[in-house]
Write a protein that binds this ligand. Structure first.
Ligand code: PEP
Length: 250
């Protein structure tokens, strides 16, 4: 089986000003993680400063969105190449907040993922069902449809990351059970293998949804979980550091 290097990814969402870079410096100083990759995705305004602050550290910096185009008359948009120029190496795409607030469709996420890969960065493609979907028994159908529509045909398994984030678990304190996580992660792995072939064994699958220091170790011991996408708990060095340590030891 392919060796997948684990990944702890922080999503700062629309939080963070220059003084908050102190949290990143504290994380870098106090929580070395030789066995896993660590990524922080701050608001676009902080990407360049955060990469400068981390220049001597393996912690990587990413974006939370980008345009599907590489340049042009698209006021207010930022291309994947521009994120790379600012120091980003990953881009979160299709987060459920963007799917809901900006009406992002699978086709839009797919176009952005292609742009991210073309710019030499790694897309972190998010999928996940709502509570209504789960109650209606259509979790695997919804996740499968999002995955099919959001992952570009040309993807190499090792060059994309997929994050399973049940919408009902994001920012709510509700966490999926390890059985629920394993069922969806195993299904995602099987669908990716069907779609992309054996390289899909190299795709890192992250769980996201109220991951905290207290539940991280159990989640990281779950089938086909290669790390986490962490929102709220990534804002504080002590909390994110504890999650990273749990991943590093898993
Ligand atoms: C997220 O924003 O992707 C997320 C999982 O948030 P939280 O960890 O706060 O639930």
């Amino acid at each position: 089986m392919a060796q997948r290097r684990k990944l702890a990814a922080g999503n700062w969402k629309m939080h963070g000003f220059q003084p908050d870079l102190g949290q990143v410096r504290a994380l870098a100083d106090a929580h070395p993680a030789p066995n896993c990759d660590v990524l922080i995705c701050p608001p676009a305004t902080l990407i360049s400063r955060m990469s400068d602050a981390l220049s001597a550290n393996p912690i990587q910096v990413g974006g939370q969105n980008c345009a599907p185009q590489s340049s042009g008359a698209h006021t207010g948009e930022i291309s994947a190449g521009m994120l790379a120029d600012a120091g980003a190496t990953y881009v979160i795409l299709g987060h459920s907040e963007r799917r809901a607030d900006q009406a992002e469709t699978d086709a839009m996420v797919c176009a952005k993922a292609s742009a991210v890969s073309a710019a030499g960065l790694i897309p972190v493609i998010c999928v996940g069902e709502t509570l209504e979907d789960r109650a209606a028994g259509r979790t695997l159908q919804v996740v499968g449809t999002q995955l099919a529509g959001s992952v570009p045909d040309t993807s190499q398994g090792g060059s994309i990351v997929v994050a399973y984030e049940p919408v009902w678990a994001i920012g709510t304190g509700e966490v999926a059970t390890t059985d629920q996580i394993a069922e969806v992660h195993d299904a995602i792995r099987a669908l990716l293998i069907e779609r992309l072939g054996p390289t899909a064994q190299e795709t890192r699958l992250l769980y996201g949804g109220s991951v905290k220091p207290g539940n991280a170790a159990e989640i990281f011991a779950t089938s086909n979980v290669d790390g986490a996408l962490v929102g709220g708990a990534s804002l504080k060095a002590s909390d994110f550091g504890a999650i990273i340590e749990a991943l590093d030891a898993s």
